[in-house]
Design a protein around this ligand. Sequence first.
Ligand code: ZN
Length: 498
Amino acid sequence: MTVTEAKEKLNELELREFAYNHAMGILYYDGTTGAPKASSIPRGKTMGVLAGEAYKISTDKEAVSLLGFLREHADELDADTLRRVELREKGLKELNAVPLETYIEYTELMNEADAVWHEAKEKSDYPMFEPVLKKVIDFTKLFAEKVAPEKSPYDYCLDKYEEGLTMAKCDDFFAKLKERIVPLVKRVQEAEQPDDACAKVFFPIEKQREFSDILMERIGIPRDRCAIGETEHPFTTDFSRNDVRITTHYHEDAFLSSMYSVIHEGGHALYELGGDERFSYTGLSGGVTMGIHESQSRFFENIIGRSREFIGLIYPDAVRLCPELGKYSVEQLYRAANKAEPSLIRTEADELTYALHIMVRYDMERQMINGSVNMKELPEMWNALYKEYLGVTVPDDKRGILQDSHWAGAGIGYFPSYALGSAYGAQYLAKIRESLDFEKTVASGDLKPIRDWLGDRIWKYASSKKPEWILNNAMEAPFDPKYYLDYLEGKMKDVYGF
Ligand code: ZN
């Protein structure tokens, strides 16, 4: 076999993997949007079969020997192919960690856990969720032990979502955040609070749907490649750079909730849509890590979406669709959208207190994976941490430990990406300001210069580079949370006038 032939074979292999992922992704998306409730059982069976077939394709003799061949000829490979080889090696290690039956059992558990979590959350019944959570934790520990025995299990989890992330790095990052965010929250609480009546006006859902289309257009989403659906918990899923789906959830008396979820998921979508075409159907397509993904979504949601200029931009359409809003000014809406207040729900949290919600989960996960916890005591642990970090009392598990879907999806180690992503975004902003007038650009309504900046430095590389390389390429400096803390302080001063 020549290197050229091997590269051809690699393309064929990754196209087949793409096809299975595409099919499974559509099933998952259908399961969360249009499919009836009882469909989860047959869908679980189908997913189990498809996941088993995909597993075989990726791990069979031919795929393994192809990978070995490419590794042997590493010095003859271009950078993209070499990165594909590296990523495949990492993935193979994960897939080979457990026998096929265990892998299928795990896939089926994911489907079951999601359904159980939904019901448990609805009923605010942690004991109902506890046995599946226990299984998820056990699986996570098993994978950690098999894939990366040299690491502490939670470091393995962190690295899964943010290549290279460790507890040591997280500890340092969160300590820096705590040092400035905690006193800032105190100052904000002592200041006069913005009147947020404008955020509670009755905004008919039909009109909010129209508003979502306008928001997607405003941030520059090509609608021929991105559709929007409705789910209980908003998310983004990508099938290819030509097919990304975002979802939202409408509340008629809290339009900002849907507005910011559309902009957030829209940020994820833009990242996926902005990958270079040459990575399509290969292991290099799609965003590189969750931290960098969240840095895009949270950049659009907060840095652009919660700016005075962006709010001014969408205000006329918002008033047209909901005339009652016209009683309030842009400035009132801006202050309401930026009101900071310790609360119970992470996804509804403001920019300032958001990271504190993440710290609760980081502390919990660390103990769940590295230590040995008493499963029955997890809600108490959660509630105590909320009291400590946010000063709020958790009234029930629905608004406590059961609020997020991540653990049901085995997303242990994912949460720190949100806080890191927010911090990366603030450092991009500082860099963007060196070459363009950010406020003026947003106010103009043409965000193309900002999208181009992100596209050229981040999006187009998809997964073809390591995350540190991409961050450095964007920031031209090492990552420093100082930018994020300065940004938060500046924003709070502006909103609260202290
Ligand atoms: Zn997100």
